[in-house]
Design a protein around this ligand. Structure first.
Ligand SMILES: Cc1cc2nc3c(=O)[nH]c(=O)nc-3n(C[C@H](O)[C@H](O)[C@H](O)COP(=O)(O)O)c2cc1C
Length: 190
């Protein structure tokens, strides 16, 4: 089951924007992050939730999508995320934030997939602008954004070919392909 969940947990970048996500759902997802591992159990992460269209519209322009797709500026209106979870680091608790935010992000995305949703981790963020529109105090470092929604695209995994190209690509039908290195390539000794 965990393998199925991880296989389904792809980076989705196009959504049924009209399908909303309740605030309570976002709170349940953050609760999964809350229960996850944290270096020295310091738990320095804090979160901003957004599921209202007006607030979502403030966040969207500050995120960068799919850097390998040079001609694609990101999802168009109607296919944008229905919600966001912005992961912050509380500098009054600890700094730097180590692996905590990656672990939290994965917990949240796995929880989203389990609920029939999907999303994408985004670290390419125009942070000053996002801080301004959301009124995030300087004490919090913006670490990562999770875009969430009901996925409107098919994502398939394939094995990296002999040329070693790891760039994801989209075919003429809009299916998104993600090359993954083979198991034998990544286990260097066993
Ligand atoms: C730390 C991290 C940062 C990422 N930042 C971005 C980003 O800024 N924009 C984006 O579109 N995708 C981002 N991604 C998604 C990756 O492109 C994606 O994980 C990769 O292409 C593999 O696809 P998969 O998640 O379906 O396995 C990020 C992923 C990770 C783990």
């Amino acid at each position: 089951m965990i393998r199925d969940l991880i296989l389904k947990n792809r980076s989705y970048r196009r959504f049924y924007q009209e399908v909303g996500i309740e605030l309570e759902t976002l709170r349940e997802l953050v609760d999964l992050a809350r229960l996850s591992a944290s270096g020295a159990n310091r738990q320095p992460l804090k979160y901003v939730l957004s599921c209202a269209p007006q607030k979502n519209a403030l966040i969207f322009p500050h995120l960068s999508w799919a850097s390998y797709f040079k001609d694609w500026p990101g999802p168009s209106e109607g296919e944008r995320p229905s919600a966001y979870i912005i992961v912050l680091g509380d500098t009054e608790i600890s700094q730097p934030f180590g692996a905590d935010y990656g672990i939290a992000a994965q917990s949240i995305l796995l929880g989203a997939v389990d609920k029939g949703l999907g999303g994408c981790m985004i670290v390419s963020i125009e942070k000053d602008g996002l801080r301004k529109v959301l009124g995030i105090p300087p004490r919090y470092e913006i670490l990562l954004a999770l875009a969430l929604g009901k996925p409107k695209e098919t994502v398939v995994i394939e094995t990296v070919g002999p040329n070693g190209d790891i760039k994801y690509w989209r075919d003429s039908e809009g299916t998104h392909h993600v090359p993954k290195r083979s198991l034998d390539d990544i286990i260097i000794e066993n």
